[in-house]
Design a protein around this ligand. Structure first.
Ligand code: GLN
Length: 430
């Protein structure tokens, strides 16, 4: 059997291929020479499997899709508050290259050019490297290969960068930029000229989808809080003045670039990248939007549909031992807020007696932090009620097995062994 996913993706780009509307970005002369017929689509699962179709080996400049990654880099280096001092997080409802600032004089968000130029200016110096080179190295680490600059696109944009320079001078005037705006704007333009394929983009996106850990190497590249901040801003501001429309129709945090790329990242699930150079009036790829709309609809990827809880946590509950004095709970699934609440509600029904409760966590696949805290709180309350608590947790995922009241818990490796031991002890007592 071959997974049908590549066939499905091929079908999607075929269906979108017929739309020839839109125009090439021509304010960067070199981009006007792009082949308008290029079309590519890639998807990475949260565990790092990459599927791709169409012109998936063709490189194009990352342009504004570099903005979330530079934002991630400075957040990681400086902390969220230091970055918020300089750049806001409100959707602007304006074009990406609007020459405007928020009322507090900060750029409204890091996805429009004023915010992205400011973000670029915050890159801390490292080993005498140019700021764009630092970004290139960071993005290469995310992509898992050495990315390079497109010198022709860079030179072409620098020559005609009047608008971005105006933004730079405006930012310098109000003190948001603290050094020469020309150098900063050039560094930002160089960051935009990094070459990627759709496969690179989804690999970079998979680190964001996976909460900051590269699924291919298992290495943590970004803090979870940084990833949450970046994806939030992509959701509210990534598609510029089309952000509201995008949120309601596609519902996937995304960022577009004027070379025709769109990268979407659905936390905990997938990253998707499309490439087709013709743009709509907002500067977003026409066929790229069509592709993401279809995928979101066909595959139920809209963020607001959420990932429903499986709504099961106790796989089985039975009583055993002499006079059914042992109450055994076998848990299964993911322990997040919804499931922890469900479990505590079930445990509430335990009578207030001196009985022993065994809880088997072996088949719990993920214990989320809130799930752990609620579980340990429940354990404390059961002990306060007079119960003896025995846990089966072979992977020791309950942090040294101490409760909130700093009680040491009794943790065992195997449910069968434990019950046999308990019955044995009971028999000996008689
Ligand atoms: N380098 C481009 C610019 O600054 C990027 C814009 C974009 O991709 N939306 O104008």
């Amino acid at each position: 059997m071959q997974t049908p996913l590549p066939d499905y993706l091929a079908h999607v780009i075929e269906a979108c291929d017929i739309d020839n509307s839109g125009h090439l970005a021509d304010y960067i002369p070199e981009l006007a020479n792009a082949n308008p017929n290029r079309l590519a689509l890639a998807m990475s699962t949260v565990d790092g499997e990459i599927y791709s179709v169409g012109d998936d080996d063709i490189e194009f400049t990352i342009q504004s899709m570099s903005k979330p990654f530079t934002y991630a880099y400075v957040l990681q280096q400086l902390g969220i508050d230091a970055v918020l001092d300089k750049v806001g997080v409100e959707p602007s409802g304006e074009a990406f290259n609007e020459i405007s600032l928020g009322k507090d004089r900060r750029p409204k968000n890091p996805m429009i050019n004023s915010g992205a130029i400011t973000t670029h200016s915050l890159i801390p110096m490292k080993d005498d490297l140019e700021s764009a080179e630092i970004v290139r190295q960071f993005m290469s680490a995310l992509a898992g290969r050495e990315l390079r600059f497109d010198e022709a696109v860079y030179a072409s944009e620098v020559k005609t960068a009047y608008r971005n320079l105006s933004i730079g001078y405006m930012l310098r005037t109000v003190g948001i930029l603290e050094t020469d705006p020309v150098d900063i704007v050039n560094g930002y333009i160089r960051q935009c000229s990094i070459l990627v394929t759709v496969k690179d983009l989804v690999r970079m996106g998979s680190v964001l989808a996976n909460g900051g850990v590269d699924p291919k190497t298992g290495k943590r590249l970004l803090n979870r809080s940084v990833v949450r901040q970046v994806l939030s801003v992509m959701m509210s501001c990534g598609m510029y003045d089309a952000a509201g429309d995008w949120l309601s129709t596609v519902g996937i945090p995304a960022k577009s670039g004027v070379a025709g790329g769109i990268l979407g990242v659905l936390p905990g699930q997938v990253s998707i990248a499309a490439f087709s150079p013709k743009l709509d009036e907002h500067g977003n790829s026409v066929r790229g939007i069509d592709i993401l709309e279809r995928l979101s609809r066909d595959m139920g990827l809209h963020l607001m549909e959420g990932t429903p809880s499986a709504q099961t946590i106790v796989q089985s509950h039975y009583r055993t031992g002499k006079d059914a004095s042992l109450s055994v709970y076998v848990l299964r699934g993911v322990l997040k807020f919804t499931e922890a609440e469900m479990l505590l509600r079930i445990l509430q029904a335990e009578p207030m007696d001196q009985s022993t409760i065994v809880i088997d966590l072996t088949q719990i696949s993920i214990i989320h932090d809130v799930g752990k805290r609620m579980f340990l709180e429940g354990i404390d309350r059961l002990i306060d009620d007079g119960h003896t608590l025995l846990l089966v947790d072979p992977e020791q995922r309950l942090d040294h097995a101490r409760t909130h009241k700093d009680r040491t818990l009794h943790v065992y490796q195997d449910i069968e062994d434990l019950i046999a031991q308990l019955k044995d002890a009971e028999n000996k007592k008689v």
